[in-house]
Design a protein around this ligand. Structure first.
Ligand code: DGL
Length: 279
């Protein structure tokens, strides 16, 4: 691994603007860190992809990020964390963090009847149920796949009454189970917080795994002696799709129009190529 010169970035990625909810936490908890953000907008939504596709995309992204000399990668994407984290961790020689374990740990601290809203791929993977029951065998978990949310958010239809209607449909079975905690099992969903909060009973606690993955990243960087002490470089935003579209959509969460680059990822050959083998 390259030695930290105080300028190495943390690489974070998602299919689109969902990772901005993790970026927001990075700015809040680790204000000295420089960030490389990648949104795979040409290939979203990830939530209806197969495990094989997600693995290929994640390998391509990580290979490119390593070329950009990142010091740590955060999968700001539950679908990638559920389907690819375990595999790529043993293929790349750098710390890689996912959102599911930190989210599961936080959920059991809040309640015992836990609802998880997620992409269809994450819900079907059972990743949250498994992670939660490994920590607390008494907690009950209900997972709902929400295929319409990511396209609605990426189309900036946050205030469309149709979005509220869809949200009500997804949340109703969870409310009927009497959940006390709801986990955002997709990094896009905190962008819907006002819509979800208006539907849910006020006693239901909302858990955003972004808060907890960034806390875990801070701990790990500290442990590895990789925390930045210098003022950060401006965040570098890169996408695989249309940069203008990403910039226009992001401005409402970033508070300014970001400069966005289009990048072409090195494509994977059919059999996975390993960048650096772990010793
Ligand atoms: N935001 C990502 C997640 O947390 C991906 C959503 C998607 O592209 O379907 O799963």
């Amino acid at each position: 691994m390259t030695t930290n010169n105080g300028q190495q970035r943390i690489g974070i990625f998602d299919s689109g603007v969902g990772g901005l909810t993790v970026l927001r936490e990075l700015y809040r908890q680790l204000p000295n860190e420089s960030i490389l953000y990648f949104g795979d907008t040409a290939r979203l939504p990830y939530g209806s992809r197969t495990k094989q596709e997600i693995l290929q995309f994640v390998r391509e992204i990580l290979r490119w990020m390593v070329q950009q000399d990142i010091k740590m990668a955060i999968m700001a994407c539950n679908t990638s964390s559920a389907l690819a984290l375990e595999t790529v961790r043993s293929e790349f020689n750098l710390p890689i963090l996912g959102v599911i374990l930190p989210g599961a740990r936080a959920a059991v601290q809040h309640g015992q009847r836990i609802g998880v809203i997620a992409t269809p791929a994450t819900a079907a993977s059972n990743a949250y149920r498994r992670a939660i029951s490994e920590i607390d065998t008494t907690a009950q978990v209900w997972q709902v796949g929400c295929p319409e949310f990511v396209p609605l958010i990426e189309q900036n239809r946050l205030h469309d009454p149709y979005t509220t209607e869809v949200a009500r449909e997804y949340l109703t079975p969870l409310m009927q189970e009497g959940i006390d905690t709801l986990v955002y099992g997709c990094t896009h969903y905190p962008h819907l917080a006002p819509v979800l909060r208006a539907i849910l009973p006020s006693e239901v606690k909302l858990v955003d795994p972004a808060v907890h993955v960034v806390a875990a990243a801070a701990q790990e960087l500290d442990l590895l002696g990789l925390l930045n002490t210098q003022p950060p470089l401006p965040t570098r935003f890169c996408v695989s799709g249309c940069p203008q579209q990403f910039a226009q959509l992001s401005v409402q969460w970033l508070g300014c129009t970001p400069m966005v680059e289009k990048v072409y990822l090195p494509t994977s050959p059919h059999s996975p190529v390993l960048l650096e083998q772990v010793d």
